[in-house]
Each structure stands twice: as structure tokens, then as C-alpha cells.
Design a protein around this ligand. Structure first.
Ligand code: FCB
Length: 442
């Protein structure tokens, strides 16, 4: 039996555009994901978040299900264009009301809300003004965050500024596989820095708001292993580590970027102004880590922007093509503590996508997902035994949802959703998770 610390925050995570549906309802503006998914050729079968699993209308049913699972915490995100349809200026009250209703229902169900301020659905109106590539976004984001603190600060005590800034930069602006779908090398690097600046601003404004809760950020960490011991491969893995992981963690915790990055990118590296890094370095209360897999990296000229090639491993892989590698979570949690200090950590996402099917009795026996959870919970437990201050674990995800460019073809949920009838069915992994939470271990 592995027992977790008392008050361990067992939860699930979701994101607004992936679950809500009704993206344009009640005065909302369009988001870059609404535009992207409505652009032919961008998503699997042209699928969109127009309906998703209709959380917008069924959040009470969903929160009842969360309560049934025994969740102690729920990580959700707020859709910026529901609050600011024009990006800045006019506030759309029905948008705030919608989230207020959710937050109140969660509190009523004794589920602690962890609110992500930005999980990728930028107002389209701000994209028209340059989006994340425009440094003015630091002000826009600050204003938006302040509005949320003012309305929800008395009830929400756990805030996450951004979800996975590296993905916003890389997928959104470098390879263009996610919204806003740009292929702009120079902009992508600027976007990274602007994201960090916006994060720092939101932290400072939270302190200024007098909020007595906690604020942090969620970063996806992908440990880099080397394909061989050659100097070239080792250097490639180090570069990729700097580019994907440390480009975000170093400025937050150390107030500097890894030296290898400006050296590698040269003139394309963004203009970091005096004082910028002090702002980014504003103290945070916790770090959220998203962990899905590791990468085994080799040096290869022209592979990606840092000459780093992924070498496919022979073991088990999920439907995403990601290697199942639980030891990487243990390694990551220990590494974060050893590199950046003893800060409270949460696993803010971890989970797996596998094909599901109903058996004759109408059950979904998703054993591979269950095993994935079990092996990753064990890895997290090993980190706790090493003394890592891990406070909670949010499974990605509560219910099958819109997996970005993959549309509905990558189910990650503990709960299945029939998208024709909107019927929800708890999978075997969900039943098992309920027991884990009830026993605070397994
Ligand atoms: C993460 C995202 C999340 C989901 C999972 C599978 O990168 O934060 O929204 O798509 O991957």
C-alpha cells in the first residue's frame, strides 16, 4: 500500500476550449482556437470545440460526477474572450457569471478550484493586434488577470498564470500545428519572452490585489535523455532541455535564461530589456508540472530549430505516440527540486490516451489507462519519499474532450462521453481513481 501525504490534492484537470462548447455564447468574442478549428485543414476531420462535451450547459451534471469520483480539487481554465470579447476594454458580465457559477458549485461540492488564467484560447481580437508576439500583451494579460482577481479572489485561492508556455511558442508560432498556426521563427522566440513577462506581471498584480491565496505557473517538463554518449548527442539533449524546459524555469526561479539559448539563436533571440528578468523572477508559491513522457535525443543537423532529433524507443506508447515512461516523472520531480529549490509542487497534468470500447455489460475496461495512472502515481510517491514537497496530482483529464488539432480522436478521460447523446460513463480507470482518493493511496 502506497499512502500519500495527508491533505494530498487528488484532482483532475481540463481546459475551457477543450470541454465547454458554445464558444460564442452570451456575448463572448471568438478565440484563436475558434478561428483555427474553423479553418479548413487544421484539425482532425475538421472538428471544432463548438459543442465539445457541452460543459457550458452541463457543468452542474459534471460537477456532480466529480463529487461522485471524490475529487478534492479541480483544475479548470477561464476563457479570456468570454470575459473580454474585444481583448481589452469592455468586460462581458455573463462570462464572469458563468465562471462564478462553476466556482460556487465546486465550493459547494467541497472541491477546491485551481484556476488557470490562460490555457491557450487567446481572444481573436488580440491576435489581430499581434497576439503573444506583441509585447503590449503584458498589459492586456495583466488587466484580464486583475479582473479575475477582483471577481473571484475571495473564493479562488489557487491561481495558475499560464499553461505550458513552451507549447504556445513552439506549436502555436513555430510549427503552426496549433492556434494561431504561425510559422515564424523570430516571433516564436519573442512569444516565449512575452509569455514570461505576462506571467511575472500577473504574479505582481496578484500580490498587489492583496490576495492571500497562492499563485504559480504550469510548465510541461520533458526530461531529455541522450541517444548515445557522444559529445554531439549530449550537447543536443542539453540544447533541447534548455529550449523546452529551462527557457521557462530558469527565468522564473533564477532570473536568467540558459546561456546556450542566446548563443544558439543569435540575433533572433528576443531583446530582453533591463528589469525584465527581475519581473519574471517574482516569487511564486508553487510550481505546476505537466508530465507525459521523456525524449531520447540525438544531434541532427536541421532537426527542429535546435538540431535535436527524437529517437523512438521500443517500449509501450500511447495513442499520442508518447512513450510510457513513469520513471521520468520521478526524475522530473527530483530534478526540479534539486535545480530550483524546495518549492511546493503539483503535478498539474498527467494522463494517457488509449482507444476505449464498451464491453457487453456496457462498461469500459480501460486497463492500460489505469496501469498508466498506477505507475505514474507510484513514481510520484517515490519522489515524495525522496523528500520532494509534492502537494497534489491532477489527472489529465476528467472527461474525453477536444484534443486540439487531434479533435476527438484522442480520448484521455476518466469519464467517457458519447458525443451524439452527451451521455457520460465513468470508465474503469475512473472507478479505480475514486478508490485511490478514498484511501489516499493504493
Ligand atoms: C497538454 C495540454 C492539455 C492536453 C494534454 C494532452 O499539453 O496542456 O490541454 O492537450 O496535453
Amino acid at each position: 500500500m502506497l499512502t500519500f501525504p495527508k491533505d494530498f490534492m487528488w484532482g483532475c484537470a481540463t481546459a475551457s476550449y477543450q470541454i465547454e462548447g458554445s464558444p460564442m455564447a452570451d456575448g463572448a468574442g471568438d478565440s484563436i482556437w475558434h478561428r483555427f478549428s474553423h479553418t479548413p485543414g487544421t484539425t482532425h476531420n475538421g472538428e471544432t470545440g463548438d459543442i465539445a462535451h457541452d460543459h457550458y450547459n452541463r457543468y452542474l451534471e459534471d460537477i456532480a460526477l466529480m463529487k461522485d469520483l471524490g475529487l478534492r480539487a479541480y483544475r479548470m481554465s477561464i476563457s479570456w474572450p468570454r470575459i473580454y470579447p474585444d481583448g481589452t476594454g469592455r468586460i462581458n458580465q455573463p462570462g464572469l457569471d458563468f465562471y462564478e457559477n462553476i466556482i460556487d458549485a465546486l465550493l459547494e461540492a467541497e472541491i477546491v478550484p485551481f484556476v488557470t488564467i490562460y490555457h491557450w484560447d487567446l481572444p481573436g481580437a488580440l491576435q489581430d493586434r499581434g497576439g503573444w508576439a506583441n509585447r503590449e500583451i503584458v498589459d492586456w494579460f495583466g488587466q484580464y488577470a486583475q479582473t479575475l482577481y477582483a471577481r473571484f479572489g475571495d473564493r479562488v485561492t489557487n491561481w495558475i498564470t499560464l499553461n505550458e508556455p513552451s507549447v504556445v511558442s513552439k506549436r502555436g508560432h513555430l510549427d503552426g500545428t496549433q492556434a494561431p498556426g504561425l510559422n515564424d521563427y523570430w516571433a516564436a522566440l519573442r512569444v516565449s519572452h512575452n509569455l514570461m513577462m505576462a506571467h511575472g506581471r500577473a504574479v505582481q498584480l496578484y500580490r498587489a490585489s492583496g490576495g492571500d491565496g497562492k499563485i504559480g505557473i504550469t510548465v510541461n517538463v520533458t526530461p531529455q535523455h541522450t541517444a548515445s554518449d557522444s559529445t554531439e548527442d549530449v550537447a543536443a539533449a542539453e540544447r533541447n532541455d534548455a529550449f523546452l524546459n529551462r527557457a521557462y524555469l530558469d527565468p522564473i526561479f533564477k532570473g536568467s535564461y540558459p546561456d546556450v539559448l542566446p548563443a544558439w539563436f543569435g540575433e533572433a533571440w528576443p531583446n530582453v530589456r533591463e528589469g525584465d528578468l527581475d519581473d519574471v523572477h517574482s516569487p511564486i508559491d508553487f510550481l505546476g508540472v505537466n508530465y507525459y513522457t521523456r525524449q531520447v535525443t540525438a544531434n541532427k543537423r536541421g532537426a527542429g530549430v535546435v538540431d535535436a532529433q527524437q529517437v523512438k524507443q521500443t517500449g509501450d506508447h500511447t495513442l499520442m505516440g508518447w512513450e510510457v515512461y513513469p520513471d521520468g516523472l520521478h526524475e522530473t520531480l527530483d530534478w526540479v527540486r534539486d535545480t530550483y529549490g524546495d518549492i511546493p509542487l503539483y503535478v498539474t497534468e498527467s494522463g494517457s490516451s488509449f482507444k476505449d470500447s464498451f464491453d457487453d455489460s456496457g462498461a469500459i475496461n480501460d486497463n492500460r489507462r489505469l496501469e498508466y495512472l498506477q505507475s505514474h502515481f507510484s513514481a510520484a510517491h517515490r519522489a515524495i519519499q525522496d523528500g520532494v514537497d509534492l502537494r497534489g496530482y491532477f489527472v489529465w483529464t476528467f472527461i474525453d474532450n477536444f484534443e486540439w488539432a487531434f479533435g476527438y480522436s484522442r480520448p484521455f478521460g476518466l469519464v467517457h462521453c458519447d458525443f451524439d447523446t452527451q451521455k457520460r460513463t465513468i470508465k474503469r480507470s475512473g472507478h479505480w481513481y475514486r478508490d485511490v482518493i478514498a484511501n489516499n493511496g493504493f
